[in-house]
Design a protein around this ligand. Sequence first.
Ligand code: DAH
Length: 340
Amino acid sequence: MNEIMELKTELKKLAEDASLALKEAKGREGLENLRIAYLGRKGALTRILGKMKNLSLEEKKTVGKQANELKKQLGESFKEKLLQCKEKKVTEKIDITLPGIKPKLGHLHPITLISNEMKEIFKGLGFDFVTGPEIENEYYNFEALNFPEEHPARDSFDSFYLAPNILLRSHTSPVQIRTMEKRKPPLRIITTGRCFRRDAIDASHFPAFHQMEGLMVGERISFSHLKGVLTYFLRKIFEPDIEVRFSPSYFPFTEPSAEVSISCPFCSGTGCGSCGHSGWIEILGAGMVNPDVFKKVNYDPEKFTGFAFGMGIERIAMLKYKISDIRDFWENDLRFLEQF
Ligand code: DAH
């Protein structure tokens, strides 16, 4: 009888101690330690129950019942306290008065930015923007542009072939043909886009690059229109006081053809390393549309004349922003991109 009384008192004491300790417990870790101390496998309750073995069956039942109730009650109290702990933690974490973290915003790539700037200038002159495919066939990339088969000029466009007759376009000039097939003159169009050539990579060559192409066709379009439009464009995109020079060149799709240079933006024409000490930097190709090209698209070469031009967009961007390595445009290094 004594033994059972003792056990009951011990259980009662344990309940009182535990609820006191629970009130004072701090933090999740403190709570967990307390739970282990009272209810764990080697905890206080297990120790008391260990003393039951000398009791009669009847006594075991009453003490067992009391112990189970206590266990349940304490267990619930722990859970409740733990929940309070969690809630507290969350409210502590969010301080709505703190300033937020500004999300990093991206922006357009420098090649897109300069393309847009170039397009705007031509838009102001009444040119429409058109596009064409990056995957071409030999007809549009070469033949319709008057590159005869086996013509050595095809070599200079060392191209990426995807299949016989199918290649990644090596310039944007095929868009001239595609547009003239669809539209009747007069027309004024420009296009921009990616081009591909099997060039070895160095500071000024990359196998993928961008070009802008322009074409103007009508009655009585002359070389002076070409000079006027291109000089206007170059003085807009660079400085209003740059010099523009036209010198004879050769392209199969233009006759006559010209190579256009500007006075070196690095030394203003006095001569430096960037311009090979000549004071000039070649910037684009142009010319009067070859009558043979007009015949391919069923334009009457007796009635219509026109001029065309093409230029590398990376080259324009490099000169304008004084970038010395074309690879910078492809590396996506934020330290470079963030400057634009
Ligand atoms: N397609 C030429 C190239 O990639 C550039 C060019 C030159 C385009 C003269 C033209 C042009 O339209 O008239 O080198």
